[in-house]
Ligand binder design. Structure first.
Ligand code: PLP
Length: 450
């Protein structure tokens, strides 16, 4: 029974990013199966998965093509490593396919098991790159406050989450943070254009402060996901690109969330017009069916690594796992055969964005924003001033609970509510999502405003 699952879960399982005491008071929700965009829990409740799992189940649940790819590869070759100057067909085929769908200057791939491992990899790779070029003192990576780059020590250090830094003495040396381009939260009173330029130019100031001979790279999510779906003003990324080019530092795009069609482009870097030297991919690469990460490496970086770098002392047992690669190949082919990126760009994305923006008239909503199939709204106490509720009111979590109880997964980041549904969602399901969101906002308003 659900109660028995919950008791065993509480007794033996420490959940990620969870306050154990709070969870154990309530008991976890046991998800037992899923199909399309819907989850089902152990009480038989159907829940529309507005988060595609954790931003990853892009092609939806229950895709037989992916199950078949995994089954066949498990039978053929369930595992082999890549350390002994060895390779296998799925890893070679996937590397080739990825270089075809990513921008033309990215022609080499380093595989990992997750997004966090991608970011550990880029940290070591950029330092190795500069050392190989005879500039080993170029070590510092500049990132942003409130960025999320994963949960390993390097990933959490590159990330800018205060709560994560507070636990375990992070960040590790050689990583510094500048401010994020969060216009709603930090730029009120300034035009988005000016604000975007001001935030981008903090990169230039930081490079000059540290000395260009010390700076290796800048890393950023094209749209910050876990930080609250922060979409930078249009002026931001071109200015970042200009600064990276001007000072010759490497640009790393963490596309772990934004990649694989989420924003209406195969990769969000294309939409923002940036040309990253390294690009981190995970999540949607397999639609979350198996863990896999990939670092796309530009010709500029690969040339140095291959011709001057010697051995790169880095890799994982599960780098390029054959079953995960087989699923990724099947997933990408499915995305191509269903023209899913075009669909997000031209039909379902604009439809969701139009319907989502209708929520802006709700008394609790200070802003709605989004791109493709990712969106956010800001819960405020006072719509005229955008003043927030007191933290103790827990507005975001209250709304999230109403959503869950009413059959919708919508995530709360503080008082920012975010969605990132499977890319296969239909217009009818978007209507359902928006009406469940509105209903949950109504209930939240009743609870908070009495
Ligand atoms: N980078 C970004 C932008 C992410 O959003 C995430 C996870 O949410 C990660 C890295 C870490 O990926 P993983 O959880 O697969 O290690």
């Amino acid at each position: 029974t659900t109660r028995e699952w919950q008791q065993l879960d509480a007794s033996h399982h420490l959940h990620p990013f969870t306050d154990f005491q709070a969870l154990n008071k309530k008991g976890s929700r046991i998800i037992t199966k899923a199909s399309g965009v819907y989850l089902e829990d152990s009480d038989g409740q159907r829940i529309l998965d507005g988060m595609a799992g954790l931003w990853c189940v892009n092609m939806g649940y229950g895709r037989q093509e992916l199950v078949n790819a995994a089954t066949q590869q498990m039978q053929q070759l369930p595992y082999y490593n890549l350390f002994f100057q060895t390779a296998h067909p799925p890893v070679i085929e996937l590397a080739t396919l990825l270089t075809e769908i990513t921008p033309p200057h990215l022609n080499q791939v380093f595989f990992t098991g997750s997004g966090s491992e991608c970011n550990d990899t880029v940290l070591r790779m950029v330092r190795h790159y500069w050392a190989s070029k005879g500039q080993p003192e170029k070590q510092v990576i500049i990132s942003r406050h409130n960025a999320y780059h994963g949960s390993t020590v390097a990933g959490a250090s590159l990330g800018g989450m205060k709560g994560m830094h507070a636990q375990g003495g992070l960040p590790i040396p050689g990583i510094v943070h500048i401010d994020q381009p969060y216009h709603f939260g930090e730029g009120q009173g300034i035009s988005p254009h000016e604000f975007g330029l001001e935030r981008a130019r903090q990169l230039e100031q930081k490079i000059l402060e540290l000395g260009v001979d010390k700076v290796a790279a800048f890393i950023g999510e094209p749209i910050q996901g876990a930080g609250g779906v922060i979409i930078p003003p249009d002026s931001y990324w071109p200015e970042i690109q200009r600064i990276c080019d001007h000072y010759g530092i490497l640009l790393i795009a963490d596309e772990v969330i934004c990649g694989f069609g989420r924003t209406g482009h195969w990769f969000a870097s294309e939409g923002f017009g940036i040309k990253p030297d390294l690009m981190c991919l995970a999540k949607g690469i397999t639609s979350g069916y198996l863990p896999l990460g990939a670092v796309m490496v530009s010709d500029r970086v690969a040339k140095v690594l291959v011709e001057e770098g010697g051995e790169f002392n880095h890799g994982f047992t599960y780098s390029g796992h054959p079953v995960a690669c087989a699923v990724a190949i099947a997933n990408i082919k499915l995305m191509q055969s269903e023209s899913i990126v075009k669909r997000v760009n031209e039909t379902i994305g604009p439809y969701l964005q139009r319907r989502w923006r209708e929520l802006a008239d709700h008394p609790l909503v200070g802003e709605t924003r989004g791109k493709g199939l990712v969106a956010a709204l800001e819960i405020v106490q006072d719509k005229r001033t955008n003043q927030r509720f007191p933290t103790a009111a827990n507005a975001g979590m209250t709304c999230r609970e109403f959503c869950f109880n009413n059959g919708l997964v919508m995530r709360a980041v503080g008082d920012t509510m975010i969605i990132s549904p499977p890319l296969v969602i239909t217009e009818e399901q978007v209507d359902e999502l928006v009406s469940l969101a509105r209903r949950s906002l109504d209930l939240t308003a009743q609870t908070l405003k009495g």
